[in-house]
Ligand binder design. Structure first.
Ligand code: HPA
Length: 247
C-alpha cells in the first residue's frame, strides 16, 4: 500500500469513519510523545487515507489535554501532505445554524497554556511562520467544491474562535467573540492549524455546527444531548463530503 497523502482528523462525533475500509492500524511514537490513538490506515472510496481520532478512540481526551504536537507530527511522519480537520463548533453569527457545515477561512486564538509550536528547543534560528491565511486556500477550495457538488449547503467562509474549554463559554464571552469577528467557536482548532503550517502540511477545517453558542439560541442552557443529536446529523454530511473530496 502506498503512503496516503490525505489525513483526516476526526473530532467529536467522528471517532471512526464508516465507509473506511481499514487496512492497518499503527502505533506511532514521536519526539513529542504519543498521538491521541493509533493511526488508522485505510481506503475511502478507492483512495488511501490515514485517520486519527483527535480525542482518542473512546473520546476520553479533553481539548486542553490533546497532544497536538504529537498528533500533527505523527501524521507528518506517516507521509501525510494534507489534513482535513473535522470539528464540532458552536454557531455565533446568524448563518451558523445547528447542523450546518462551515469551511472557515480565519482563526482567532483564545487558548492558553498549550504546547503550540515545534519551534521552541534546539533551534539554529528563530522561525516565524506566515499565518495570514491560516487555512490552506487550495484545500479549502476542494472542500467547498465537494460540498457544492453534493448539495451540502455549507457556509463557505467564517472566523473560527478557538477557546480553551473544556467548559462552554459564558454569554459575555460569546458577545465579546462576536465583536471580535468570530462566527463559530470551538476548542480544538488551535494550535492544530498552526502546527500543521509549521510542518508545511496543507490544513483546512470542515466544521459542523452542533449548537447555538452561549446566549445565541432561544434556550437558557446548552444541553449536551442536543449537541450530540445535532452532531450526529452533521457528521452524516461530513461523511458524504469526505467520500466525494477530490484532492
Ligand atoms: N463552544 C465551544 N466549543 C464547542 C461548542 C461551543 O458552544 N459546541 C461544540 N463545540
Amino acid at each position: 500500500m502506498k503512503t496516503p497523502e490525505l489525513a483526516i482528523i476526526g473530532g467529536t462525533g467522528l471517532t471512526s469513519l464508516s465507509g473506511l475500509e481499514i487496512l492497518r492500524e499503527e502505533n506511532v511514537g514521536t519526539p513529542f510523545g504519543a498521538p491521541s490513538c493509533p493511526l488508522v490506515f485505510g481506503r475511502l472510496r478507492e483512495r488511501e487515507v490515514v485517520f486519527l481520532a483527535r480525542h482518542g478512540k473512546n473520546h476520553t481526551i479533553p481539548p486542553h489535554r490533546i497532544n497536538y504536537r504529537a498528533n500533527i507530527q505523527a501524521l507528518h511522519q506517516a507521509g501525510a501532505r494534507r489534513i482535513v480537520a473535522v470539528a464540532a463548533v458552536g454557531g455565533i453569527t446568524a448563518e451558523m445554524s445547528p447542523a450546518r457545515l462551515v469551511i472557515p477561512d480565519q482563526i482567532i486564538d483564545y487558548t492558553y497554556g498549550r504546547e503550540h509550536t515545534f519551534f521552541a528547543d534546539g533551534l539554529t534560528e528563530v522561525t516565524h511562520i506566515d499565518f495570514t491565511e491560516p487555512y490552506d486556500t487550495g484545500l479549502r477550495q476542494r472542500l467547498i467544491e465537494a460540498c457544492r457538488g453534493q448539495g451540502l449547503d455549507a457556509v463557505e467562509h467564517g472566523t473560527y474562535g478557538a477557546t480553551q474549554g473544556p467548559r462552554l463559554e459564558s454569554g459575555a464571552e460569546i458577545s465579546r467573540m462576536e465583536r471580535d469577528g468570530c462566527d463559530i467557536v470551538g476548542m480544538t482548532g488551535m494550535p492544530e492549524a498552526a502546527l500543521a503550517r509549521e510542518l508545511g502540511l496543507a490544513y483546512a477545517t470542515c466544521a459542523v455546527v452542533a449548537n447555538w453558542a452561549a446566549g445565541k439560541g432561544d434556550q437558557a442552557v446548552i444541553e449536551m444531548a442536543e449537541i450530540e443529536r445535532t452532531v450526529r446529523q452533521g457528521m452524516d454530511k461530513v461523511r458524504t463530503l469526505l467520500e466525494n473530496l477530490e484532492v
